[in-house]
Design a protein around this ligand. Structure first.
Ligand code: HEM
Length: 487
């Protein structure tokens, strides 16, 4: 892997690929719809220089921008160029309840797209996602300024403010953002064996198949020639190079239900002991303790000294006595534990990695606390990959939602699995002499919105901002219904 990979063109690659900007505690995701394509293109032209590229060096406000397939179309990208995008991106998450994608991702019941707050089939189509990150003081001003800038050109469909929780926690109370793949060429990279080929996350670089990921192409035009490199076919222009695909899913977390369920499973115990037992059970579900210490290294009790630890595997724990096979982190990244052996497993897993860039929203609620009126809180799940089907969708469908994952019999991911409504799922904790089974684990996380986006490079953004207004004939020949034979 990587022998022929070329250096990263950092100034071309949006900064979100390199960092989740942890120093900027406030963030906002603005989901926008183009109201006036010509003005929106002008706005985009101005944005190109304002966005962040490369790995961040100094602190300060950051902006990144992504476009959905309908967004690319409304800006004026022609049909042939649009068709060169992967099917997942073109279809997006706008499908109706019960269609293929919602079923495979587990967007059913309360999480069905018809109930979403944004991005569902009945809601206004999202064209542009503008992501703003700043300090607590800076963000309101930045947001106000942006609203002023796009006013008239774009209309706001949905706005989701986020705020990082203290100590890098997510709402259930566990440290998040610890295990991230390092990609080739990334500054500050770790030991060689941890590296994943850059082409798994950035288009235009070799991937884990020693191949260039399929990149979308733009039809030849003077503007395409001016801004985009030649595509592999030697005729069209490479629109994808230095870009990526972004998955955004709003995942609401029911913290009260999570901890009350853990307490129920803990059983009748004196209060302090019940809490300890509930934390132990919850840690088994996650695969790490609240501090972040992995169960694979700290099987008995939490050890904050190991909170950042990420160099571990499951070789000493094939049956999940330390970290259950169905634990969230083991399902989401089985490391060395897949059949037939460790080296094959690592290789397979490197082809299923994602860069997680999500942020929490809503006020915190501490474990075991309750609130009279339930507040909205959760995770804006954001991840980057170059093949949504092979990476994000595979993890969600074939690992997290798969009851038969890695030899388990009936275990859903207890954190984000699509547990059967009313019945719940099973979570197995292997133990001597008898395993423990949590039966009827409810769904703690509901999907409230989602969409797939293209995160273009700086040059691709410039090209898109210079697209010519779409003439009707450029949309391709009108489709006619086949004529009925008249007998
Ligand atoms: C509200 C929903 C979610 C919560 C609360 C959550 C929580 C966590 C926590 C606490 C960790 C351990 C810390 C870390 O390694 O960063 C983790 C790791 C991880 N999660 Fe999630 N997660 C959620 C959704 C998802 C989804 C939807 C996916 C993918 C489809 C996912 C994929 C991963 C991956 C790949 C890891 C790293 C595992 C490893 O490499 O060891 N998570 N998550």
């Amino acid at each position: 892997m990587g022998k022929h990979s070329r250096p990263l063109e950092e100034p071309e690659i949006q900064g979100l690929v390199f960092s989740a900007y942890p120093r900027n505690v406030e963030g906002v995701y603005l989901f926008l719809q183009v109201a006036d394509p010509a003005r929106a293109r002008r706005w985009l032209r101005g944005k190109v220089t304002e966005l962040s590229y490369g790995s961040p060096i100094a602190p300060g406000p950051r902006q990144n921008l992504a476009l959905s397939a309908p967004g690319l179309e409304v800006l004026g990208l022609d049909g042939a160029s649009l068709a060169s995008f992967p099917l997942e991106l073109r279809e997006g998450l706008r499908e109706h309840d019960g269609a293929f994608r919602p079923r495979t991702l587990g967007d059913v019941g309360e999480s069905a797209p018809s109930r979403w707050k944004w991005g569902g089939p009945a809601q206004p189509v999202v064209h542009v996602l503008l992501m703003l990150f700043d300090s607590e003081e800076g963000l309101p001003l930045l947001l106000e300024e942006q609203r002023r800038q796009f006013g008239g050109a774009l209309r706001e469909v949905y706005c989701r403010p986020t705020r990082s929780l203290p100590d890098r926690k997510e709402h259930f109370g566990f440290t998040d953002g610890l295990s991230q793949p390092r990609f080739q060429g990334q500054p500050g990279r770790g030991p060689a064996d941890e590296l994943v080929a850059a082409g798994e996350f950035i288009l235009g670089y070799e991937n884990e198949f020693s191949q260039q990921p399929a990149s979308p192409v733009a039809s030849d035009s003077p503007s395409a020639r001016a801004h985009l490199p030649l595509a592999a076919d030697g005729q069209r222009r490479d629109l994808g190079r230095n870009g990526s695909y972004l998955v955004v899913r709003e995942l609401e977390q029911d913290v009260q239900l999570f901890w009350s369920t853990m307490c129920q499973f803990a059983g009748e115990l004196p209060p302090e002991q019940a809490k300890r037992e509930a934390i132990w059970l919850a840690s088994k579900c996650v695969g790490r303790w609240p501090s972040g210490a992995p169960l694979a290294l700290a099987p008995e009790r939490d050890d904050p000294a190991l909170r950042e630890a990420n160099s571990f595997d499951y070789s000493a724990d094939p049956h999940g006595f330390q970290c259950p096979i169905g634990a969230h982190i083991r399902k989401a990244n089985p490391r060395d534990s897949l059949e037939p052996d460790a080296s094959a497993s690592w290789k397979a897993v490197r082809r299923r990695r994602i860069l997680r860039r999500g942020r929490s929203y809503g006020p915190p609620l501490a474990p075991f606390e309750s609130e009279a009126v339930r507040q909205e809180r959760g995770l804006m799940f954001v991840c980057l990959n170059t093949n949504i089907r092979r990476q994000f969708e595979f993890i969600q469908q074939s690992w997290l939602n798969n009851e038969k994952f890695d030899g388990s019999y009936e275990d859903q991911d207890p954190i984000v699995g699509d547990q059967t409504p009313d019945v719940g799922s099973v979570f197995t904790i292997p133990q001597h002499p008898l395993r423990r089974r949590l039966v009827g684990v409810p769904r703690f996380v509901q999907v409230r919105g989602g969409e797939y986006f293209f995160l273009p490079s700086r040059s691709a953004l410039t090209f898109l901002s210079e697209l010519a207004p779409v003439a009707v004939s450029e949309r391709g020949p009108a489709r006619h219904a086949p004529e009925l034979a008249v007998s």
